[in-house]
Design a protein around this ligand. Structure first.
Ligand SMILES: NC(=O)c1ccc[n+]([C@@H]2O[C@H](COP(=O)([O-])OP(=O)(O)OC[C@H]3O[C@@H](n4cnc5c(N)ncnc54)[C@H](O)[C@@H]3O)[C@@H](O)[C@H]2O)c1
Length: 373
């Protein structure tokens, strides 16, 4: 395991997963190889076919020593897991959640930024932009295994699920968000619901404000989650950094992905900020069974996630170059159908590669991904 600083050889565990996860991964690896060549990074891929297909074959989403094998990697790239036929709680708890927890990836970092070349579904004013970051607590909170069911299949049946909030867990999420805000526009919005959830949420608010005392330059404001969701739509320009519990952050970031044009472009990083374990980078979207196999999945969420991996590795110049190539691709009108275009996954990735190689993209006929005559 290497710390997240500049290094020449980088071992990356690659888990494409299911559905379109397998379609967006290969183009992303090609892009990483291209940018690695320019910035002196030599990627060594460790491929794992862990998926719902693996589950139906073996009864496990990943082998028993899966986490030990991943521990040898510097970073992890994940496509998406989940497929009809395997219950979602099996695919999630059999792969994604054990990785996030075992490797103490306690920060889920999700940029919500409207890229050049994309129109938001919101009616933004001329001077309005969307550029904020959601920090989702990624290891505890509402997603816990504590609970159970009693009197199954009887009229008296009971289901109990406990939310777990620890001081350490809330503190470190709050501190990460405050540090980030202090390097940006110095505004932190904290998602709460202390009026309805009377134990954990007042605790969350208290701990966030205790940590905020160390950051007097950052303006901290609590928002009830329902009002916060409405403001993502009505006034997204007001946000800089948003910090939220696991469930609230999960829901907010799908909304965040929607307001920046498509869930197909939104990225996320599951970070172990100390670099003691590998971090994991993945698109926000799932395996999209409705479009899997058609070659039209938008690869930009996975590619943007790879650019975040470059940042985390201590190569922000390389990360910025990939993101600039993504924006240039969108600007040139090379878009998959989810963004109103007709380009294929491969055509979009080829345009990103072309920009990385030449600094430009050959004019194409609108949205087709083909070179103009
Ligand atoms: N992190 C993950 O691995 C993850 C995240 C979310 C959902 N899932 C799983 O994925 C499966 C499908 O879930 P879902 O349908 O609710 O969510 P989804 O994100 O897979 O799809 C939602 C909608 O967005 C579209 N979409 C998503 N990504 C796209 C892309 N890159 N390009 C173009 N269109 C895209 C899909 O076609 C679909 O209409 C489920 O099994 C779910 O559990 C996994």
């Amino acid at each position: 395991m290497q710390t997240p600083e500049a290094s020449r050889t980088v071992k990356v565990a690659v888990i494409p997963g299911d559905g379109i996860g397998t379609e967006v991964m290969d183009p992303t690896l090609r892009i990483l190889e291209a940018i690695g060549g320019k910035h002196g990074l030599d990627f060594v891929w460790q491929h794992y076919d862990w998926s719902c297909e693996h589950y139906t074959r073996t009864g496990r989403m990943m082998p028993e020593d899966g986490l030990d094998r991943l521990a040898e990697a510097d970073q992890i790239l994940l496509g998406a897991v989940g497929y009809p036929g395997v219950p979602d709680h099996v695919s999630l708890w059999g792969l994604l959640i054990p990785i996030r927890r075992t490797f103490r990836q306690y920060i889920n970092l999700r940029p919500v930024k409207l890229l050049r070349g994309i129109e938001s579904p919101l009616r933004l004013q001329q001077d309005q932009s969307i550029d904020f970051v959601v920090i989702r607590e990624n290891n505890e909170g509402e997603y816990s295994e504590v609970g159970g069911r009693l009197y199954r299949d009887t009229p008296e049946e009971v289901a109990v699920q406990e939310a777990i909030f620890t001081r350490r867990g809330v503190e470190r999420a709050a501190r990460y968000a405050l540090e980030l805000a202090s390097t940006r526009r110095r505004r932190l919005a904290s998602a709460t619901k202390s009026n309805g959830i009377v134990h954990t949420m007042p605790f969350w608010d208290q701990v966030v404000h205790e940590v905020a005392a160390d950051y007097p330059d950052v303006e901290v404001r609590d928002y009830h989650i329902d009002a916060l969701a409405a403001l993502f739509v009505l006034d997204p320009g007001r946000f800089d950094v948003v910090v939220a519990s696991n469930l609230f952050g999960d829901i907010l970031t799908d909304l965040g992905a929607a307001i920046i044009g498509s869930i197909g472009i939104a990225p996320s990083g599951n970070l172990n900020p100390e670099g003691e374990h590998p971090s994991m980078f993945e698109p926000v979207h799932g395996s999209a069974p409705d479009i899997a196999g058609q070659g039209i999945a938008n690869p930009l969420g996975q590619i943007w996630a790879a650019s975040m991996m470059l940042d985390h590795l201590g190569h922000p110049d390389a990360g910025a170059e990939v993101l600039a190539a993504v924006e240039a691709t969108l600007d040139a009108g090379v878009r998959t159908p989810d963004l109103g275009g007709t380009a294929t996954t491969t055509e979009v990735a080829d345009a990103v590669l072309e920009h990385l190689a030449t600094g430009a993209i050959t004019a194409r006929t609108a949205g087709t991904g083909e070179a103009a005559p």
